[in-house]
Design a protein around this ligand. Sequence first.
Ligand code: URA
Length: 214
Amino acid sequence: MTNNFKNLHILTHPLIQHKLTLMRDKNRSAPRFRQLMREIALLMGYEVTRHLPTISHEVETPLARLQATMIEDEKVAVVPILRAGLVMADGLMDLLPTARIGHIGLYRDHETKRPVEYMVKVPLTHSRTFILVDPMLATGYSAVYAVDILNQRGIEDHNILFLSLVAAPEGVKVFSEAHPNVRVYTAALDEKLDENAYIVPGLGDAGDRLFGTE
Ligand code: URA
């Protein structure tokens, strides 16, 4: 699928694509599916953190003192959209162990396909960059809603990154129109949504496949 979206970055590293292909297989077990998602999130994290601000930090090696580069990772907040975002968040936390962590609990109303909020906890005091995480950017409604929640707490779009594994063009369009200044990262821009708002070919229900539920 051609990427015509200015704010969408498709991460095509062969390792990411290889692991995503393994995940797409409907016979992949839940533990392996979880492990692959965590590994992909870590690999995507390498790209997503490329523009994080750095500071100079004094460090003493066994031979000398020097000023060296560090990320202020405690100023980064990783915010999974529950529940499917949790495993990707774990992969990012492997890279940024002292990042803050928030949670946005949304479920999709089956009739309206719109998100319904049931829990929000966002670390506001120290955080500067917010990485929102949800593996499936499908209709885009949850993604827009989650960014709206951050905006209402004073966090501006240019300080928010959205990390997904698979995106549908319909969802990216909705999201980009609502929040054109939020950078979106994904491993794949798939073909379309089906009539139940599932991404095709997609992965199926990511939450169910992660946690072995139905
Ligand atoms: N949520 C999922 O888990 N899968 C989809 O395809 C769309 C939304």
